[in-house]
Design a protein around this ligand. Structure first.
Ligand code: TXE
Length: 474
């Protein structure tokens, strides 16, 4: 049996370009080149869409059972390559193998593929009274564009690809320019099972390529995860092709800790809610409101958890926190932390880069005694930093949580679920978790409100989102 490193190398060799024709992709931690991403130009978009369009009718014709079977086989293929994919992902994205990181992400790919294969979207009988009959069915849309980010590049690609394929669409996948190699390797693993051109990758560092793909007349649906700014551009582009859109955009999720919560019990959940993937997660806990009666205890318990979490190179076993994926994100995090310190924030732990680990490492940071109006609270930090804000009155905490334009997730922490649910009911977010944050499940719909986007992924709702509804009446 070949060792894992050679499986990883052969995956990379199959998908990468030469140094002459490709773009060097750095290891996120060391910045050493790990491979060369092929580059496509705007002119290649039409050819990629044409291939997917030509393959679509036969894929749809196969029927649900055969497509579901294909997805199950694809999931097995992902499992068979799991460690090699996780290593490549770890190097390119930066997230460690261990913890809720690279191995976890590849495992989630297989889980979501299997879920997309097994969930069914039933015909809805709307009227059946002996005389009249009306039913709602769903069929494929056609070609779906899957445009993804760099933070969870494999898992999010699968979130977009798996339901789209299940419903009989073909897919053109456009990975982030920061993490193209791991997505290409995943697509290569999938394509060893799928018929040709059902899944077509297009790779580019030129954002115009993504824009052209979203606006292409033969794209019937765009699945997009990324920034709110780009999301708006995609909405504008859809004015031309009237493509259906699912937009999963940035978040600035609030957590509210009620006075009856037990700090020791919730500390680890709070930590991973905020620091999963070193904070580079759309639905991570990004601002924490804690009742004054347990404020100090919660901060101490959180800091104690943070202190024992090793940060370092992703391939070194035992590390659970890694670098920021890119220097642009590192600069955002540093700017927000410096500003928070200038504005009177108290650094409880961290607060500084860790250059001895590599250029993009920033220590796990908890900053207390901040209030709304400070950039670290109001803007999405997308890094390993959690601002903690003291509140006295629950009405104020709810107003603060609802006070920003973002509305992806939120959480309430309490020893009494009924009390927590009553607060949850007043929070304006796509998902409100109780005593957890960011815990997604393949059968539970997930999506944002306000500037965090619209449309649902996962479960039956996720299948509907990549399907064209058709009513037959009479
Ligand atoms: O995202 P972009 P970036 C947030 C995070 C981060 C910021 C920017 O705060 O600092 O977004 O990240 C493609 N038409 N999130 O710059 O630009 C692009 O090539 C079509 C939150 O990476 O939105 C890439 O594949 N596509 C987020 C994808 O869009 C276009 C995860 C995302 O890029 C395009 C990541 C266009 N006009 C960052 N322009 C989350 N919700 O989790 C670019 N792209």
């Amino acid at each position: 049996m070949p060792d894992i490193q050679s499986v990883e190398e052969s995956l990379l060799a199959r998908v990468q370009a030469t140094p002459e024709t490709g773009r060097a992709i750095p290891d996120a931690a060391t910045r050493e080149t790990i491979g060369y991403a092929p580059e496509h130009a705007v002119a290649d978009v039409a050819a990629a869409v044409a291939r997917a369009k030509a393959a679509q009718p036969a894929w749809e014709e196969l029927g649900h059972e055969a497509r579901a079977q294909s997805l199950l086989e694809v999931a097995d293929a992902v499992d068979a390559h799991a460690e090699a994919l996780a290593r490549l992902l770890s190097r390119e994205q930066g997230k460690p193998l261990d913890g809720p990181n690279a191995r976890f992400e590849v495992g989630a790919c297989a889980t979501w593929l299997r879920a997309a294969a097994t969930i069914t979207l039933e015909t809805e009988i709307l009227i059946e009274d002996g005389t009249d009959h009306a039913e709602l069915t769903y069929r494929a849309i056609g070609v779906v564009a899957a445009i993804g980010p760099w933070n969870w590049p494999l898992m999010i690609a699968i979130w977009q690809i798996a339901p789209a394929l299940r419903m009989g669409n073909t897919v053109v996948v456009k990975p982030s320019e920061y993490t193209p190699l791991s997505v290409l390797a995943l697509v290569d693993v999938l394509n060893a099972v799928l018929p040709p051109d059902v899944l077509v990758p297009i790779v580019s560092s030129d954002r115009e390529v993504g824009a052209r793909l979203a606006a292409h007349g033969d794209i019937g649906k765009v699945m997009f995860t990324g920034s709110t700014v780009t999301g708006r551009r995609i909405v504008e582009a859809s004015g031309a092709n009237l493509a259906r859109l699912t937009l999963e955009l940035g978040g600035n999720d609030a957590g509210i800790v009620l006075p009856d919560a037990d700090p020791e019990t919730i500390a680890e959940g709070l930590f991973w809610g905020a620091f999963i993937n070193t904070g580079q997660t759309c639905a991570a806990l990004k601002r924490l409101y804690v009742h004054e009666s347990i404020y100090d205890e919660v901060i101490d318990a959180l800091a104690a958890v943070a202190e024992r979490m090793p940060m370092g190179y992703g391939l070194d076993e035992g590390n659970v926190l890694g670098p920021l994926q890119n220097s642009k994100q590192f600069d955002i995090v540093k700017r927000l932390v410096d500003d928070a310190k200038d504005r009177g924030g108290r650094v409880v732990i961290g607060g500084e880069p860790v250059p001895e680990l590599g250029p993009n490492f920033f220590a796990a940071t908890i900053i207390a005694d901040l209030g709304d109006g400070v950039a670290l609270v109001d803007e999405e930090q997308f890094g390993p930093v959690l601002p903690v804000i003291k509140y006295a009155n629950i009405e104020d905490a709810i107003a603060s949580a609802n006070g920003l334009d973002a509305g992806l997730g939120a959480s309430v922490w309490s020893s009494d679920r009924a009390v927590a649910r009553a607060v949850a009911a007043r929070l304006r977010a796509g998902t409100v978790w109780i005593n957890a944050h960011g815990a997604v499940h393949p059968n539970i719909p997930f999506g944002g409100v306000k500037n965090s986007g619209y449309g649902l992924e996962f479960g039956v709702e996720g299948l509907k989102a990549v399907a064209e509804p058709r009513v037959v009446a009479g």
